[in-house]
Design a protein around this ligand. Sequence first.
Ligand SMILES: [Fe+2]
Length: 344
Amino acid sequence: MAMKEVMEKSGISNPRGLGITAEFSVDPANNITGYKSFRAGKFQFRRDEYFAYIETPKGTHMMSVDAFLRALMRDVAWGFFYGTVNFDPVFGTTNFYGEVDMFYGALNEAYVSEGRDYIERFKSDQLMNIFKQMISDWTNAGFDPFAAPRETGVPWGAKNGDNDGAVSRQRVTARRMVGMKGDTPLRSDKSGFPVNVMFHDVDQDQPEVHAEPGFEGEVSAFNLFGYLSRSDVTWNPSVCSVVKDSLFCPTTEEYILPVEHGNDRCEWFIQLSDEITWNIKDGSSGRPKAVVQMKPGDVACMPADIRHQGFSPKRSMLLVWENGSPKLPELIREGKAPTVAVQF
Ligand SMILES: [Fe+2]
């Protein structure tokens, strides 16, 4: 079918050989709750006062709408991110960079062994279009799914306005480095980014830069701790400096990473302040593998075949270091690149 031709032309990896679904619909708002329902292929999404429901041919999955919206927000703002975004141990998406798999139970050992798993493949921009409509319709006024729980209202109840300003935020993606001419700007009180209450002890001085004449646009420096202390979102690794495929993605974290991120490449973590505890599970089966407690200065490398979820009791600063090479996932799948960055 035409599908196969698309795959061959695009060169997009499709290890399961799935056809592409292009059926989407939006049902009118429910008379009682006021929320619309959304369909992407055979996945049907609806919400009520407390829960999101995902109906699939293999079963219906329920999530707290709080957790669902926080996870959906990351998938939307990150453009499906690297690898897999597990909303929880059952439902999620896997990014093939141009196309995306949406799955139910497919990365859960028990669901798979009982034949209860289900996957469909979509064009990324088409599924993103439905996800964006869903986060817009299902987010009420006063609830910001990017914010830490203590900093925002609640998502419960019947439909009540929207928070489109908050849910349309994109993550920062610097071309070279934050603060350089023509690049993504530094944060300040004036630009609407006050220092977070948990970071009032963070020095706000900026380094002095004295560039040689002619190099003013090439030499730059900024106070990264000051910059992070002014982040208005949590669990949102943002590209702050770029050297070829080397991406520094620092972020501030508080409460729980709303997804279990399934890596498709190795990913370095440098704990810059406070503490995060990571639950590490096998990427395919979901079996628990390790608990990693990171304190300031600790460095860890998450392997390419795991999923991880972090818990941060206080707002903390984390540097996530990504290798952005588009070749890596395929090399790892084919066994041509290792799943760990270092072997001792
Ligand atoms: Fe990750």
